[in-house]
Design a protein around this ligand. Sequence first.
Ligand code: ATP
Ligand code: MG
Length: 400
Amino acid sequence: MTVPGADAVLVRHGDIGVKSAHVQASMEGDLADRVAAMLDDRGVSGTVDHEWGRLFVRTPAAEVATDTVTDVFGVHTASPARTVPASIDAITETLAEIATVTYDGGTFAVDARRTGDHDFTSHEVGKRGGDAIWQAVESEFDPGVDLDDPDHPFYVEVRDEDAYIFTERRDGPGGFPLGSQAPLVALVSGGIDSPVAAWQAMRRGSPIVPVYLDLGDYGGSDHRARAIATIETLSRFAPAQDVRPRVVHVGEYVDRLVEAISSTRMLSFRRLMYRIAEHVAEAEGAAGVVTGEAVGQKSSQTVRNLAAVDRATELPIHRPLLTWDKQEIIAEARRIGTYEDSTIDAGCHRVAPDKPATRATVAAVEAAEPPEMFEWATKAAENVEVIEVGEPESVVEGAP
Ligand code: ATP
Ligand code: MG
């Protein structure tokens, strides 16, 4: 429950804190900008300040602001909080007042921290605050104190002239502010895995350039719609960024691969895909490619086959889900909100052969491949269709 009278959100970061002092200071500024952009994007009013190690959102809508802030990459946890002057009387009175509303039996504890000059210690805040809560509730309940694992924690954070009182910490995604790393091309198929992989890359600070390969007869309009829907969901985490889906048409090339190659077909398709991603990355200034591949999930994803396909591009292929089980990926997709879109039945045809190779070599893959395949990649990447999210119309960019 949001603490009664909440007028602020206390925001904590995680990995930013392991950086050197000047990098941390600069990233805290970036995080504040990202938090402000997210509030603005979701229509939540609030102003954002940052001090060493903390961000503060002052807002009349602390509940919804907390939920908004916990979608910002770089945010470790956030708490809706009530601000009071940093005096022991104001703090203890407020704790008692809050307890009369929120406490409904069981154990409690006061967890107090303090930075700045005050005429009281954090130990005194804990002691006097605890007494005040006890007195406020003892006529109705039989309260107990448990400092290690209380049913009702009351947190007090005193910082210079202000004290923040809160009763919960909500988890954010952690990681780093979006934009603190170079962009990556994210190959998004609309399946369950690839949106989760793209999200993980965003979480570490890389904006994504989402690329969907339209497989023509092997894909279909539902397949494409599914991919676009998942990208739209991802874009909710990246306000004020260009996350428009880039669609590359490869239908005729997939037809040719299916005709020409049997057991190593999927591996050549991967090589074609990476090479197209490389072209898009060059055009968009991206430093690598992200996929949803995981070791052993499919025959094309054995460690030998991954080794055989990687050589198609000079760019690094990042595979955040490399070691994840499907169940873990599904749980994460549900948390992020892409699962629903990904499980729309797209009824597409199988490109995979009946007897796929699982221990292919680069030489074997190349030998079976049409020699001009990488020229197809260049050609396909010349016509990138950029979808305007939220609008039915689309524009064609870079048409020759
Ligand atoms: P996903 O892995 O997203 O659930 P999938 O299981 O249907 O989809 P795989 O065959 O496992 O796809 O493909 C491995 C990875 O290759 C995907 O995670 C994605 O990054 C990329 N990929 C596959 N097909 C496409 C496509 N049509 N457009 C863009 N990327 C694709
Ligand atoms: Mg997959």
